[in-house]
Design a protein. Structure first.
Length: 395
């Protein structure tokens, strides 16, 4: 051994290798078994490996399940929030549309005017009976066209032929009278053509003058158009009847009587136009519809969201109350009834041996103060008996 230690580590390894070879030469079967055991893993190794892999798979499955659950919850929450937002937007848009429909009046209204001549006069040659008259309805779908408190501009448009007869008529008058449902006169307007032209910066309310030479040149220039029927020799005259007409809310106008104060005037067609003159909020709603709609819907959405958040917080505050307190407050009468019943049963048990069997008709459940008096009496009697026994023993 001393020699081996002196030979060094290399000599020791060489000797150990030789010894192992010598042993393997004598026991080849055992050496092969050891080598096979070292080279091939056992069932325990396979079990440990499978357990590790199974544990890892279980962890991975748990992680995936948690991730899927969180994703599902997030998706559900997002869908719920989106649904509520869309619902609030729809309600806000509906509220704005209802407000716009009820608050905004009709901007324009036009209707054709059909004239007729009166025949109810005594003399057919009477001058007033030959005036052209027209009744115009101020209703559309059985609803009033004019809104209360709204300012309107009402004017009459006449298409008149450029004929010598109309040139000879010159200026003429137009009278308009509005009537309510009961037939009462609401308003009347009598305007001359000269007054209209002054208001609209025109000279007269009549056909514009053109010289014979100008008429001839215009006819020659537009002769193909006139011959084809695409154009006519006519002029359009506009007569303002009411510049700032406000309907009476107590007797709204339903019809308008238009009368042209000339028996010789020639008219192709006539139309009555009603235009609303908007101011304030109605002006913004009509001339800036997109911006007004955006502001209105956004304001309604903010208001509805605020109400919804307040309601939700109130529900959370109710749920956050102490359930024991709520239960105690809810079932307090029942608990008091049960306590009284138990107290009565205890009193009955205490008074059971002391009751007189001959008193069968009396209530066995005596009041509490009576039971206490009987109990005190029994205690006093027992104390007297004890004192008498003690005195007898002393004697």
């Amino acid at each position: 051994m001393v020699a081996l230690q002196r030979a060094g580590p290399e000599r020791t390894e060489t000797l150990q290798g030789g010894i192992s070879q010598h042993i393997s030469s004598f026991c080849p079967t055992e050496s092969k078994g050891l080598m096979e055991q070292e080279s091939h893993p056992t069932a325990e190794d396979f079990g440990e490996t499978s357990a590790i892999v199974g544990h890892a798979l279980m962890k991975l499955q748990d992680v995936v399940a948690v991730a899927v659950l969180r994703a599902r919850q997030t998706l559900l929450q997002g869908f719920t929030v989106l649904s509520f937002v869309l619902l609030l937007l729809c309600v806000a848009a509906f509220l704005y549309g209802s407000f716009y429909y009820s608050y905004m009046p009709m901007a324009t209204f036009s209707t054709p005017v059909h004239y007729y001549y009166r025949t109810d006069c005594d003399s057919p040659t009477s001058f007033p009976c030959s005036y052209p008259v027209a009744n115009v309805s101020l209703l559309r779908n059985k609803k009033h066209v004019l809104t209360f408190g709204q300012v309107y501009r009402i004017y009459l448009q006449l298409e008149m032929p450029d004929s010598p007869t109309n040139q000879q008529v010159g200026m003429f008058m137009t009278k308009t009278t509005c009537f309510s449902q009961d037939g009462g006169q609401v308003a009347a307007s009598t305007r001359s053509a000269s007054q209209l032209q002054k208001a609209s910066s025109s000279r007269v309310g009549m056909l514009r003058y053109r010289s014979d030479l100008l008429k001839t040149l215009g006819t020659l220039l537009f002769l193909p158009v006139f011959l084809s029927g695409a154009a006519e020799q006519k002029q359009v005259v506009e007569m303002e009847l009411f510049s700032e007409y406000v309907d009476d809310p107590y007797s709204p106008s339903v019809t308008a009587l238009i009368e042209i104060m000339s028996s010789k005037v020639q008219i192709y067609s006539s139309h009555l136009y009603v235009h609303a003159h908007f101011t304030g909020i109605r002006y913004l709603l009509f001339y800036f519809p997109i911006l007004s709609a955006f502001v209105g819907v956004f304001t309604n959405f903010i208001f509805l969201s605020f109400l919804f958040i307040l309601s939700y917080m109130r529900q959370l505050w109710k749920v956050g109350q102490n359930p024991e307190q709520v239960t105690a407050n809810r079932y307090q009468p029942e608990m008091m009834g049960n306590t009284n019943q138990l107290q009565e049963e205890e009193d009955a048990e205490l008074l059971g041996p002391l009751q007189n069997p001959g008193l069968g008709g009396e209530d066995p459940h005596l009041p509490l103060f009576k039971s206490s008096e009987l109990h005190n009496g029994n205690i006093a009697e027992q104390s007297e008996i004890t004192d008498s026994e003690v005195s007898n023993e002393e004697e």
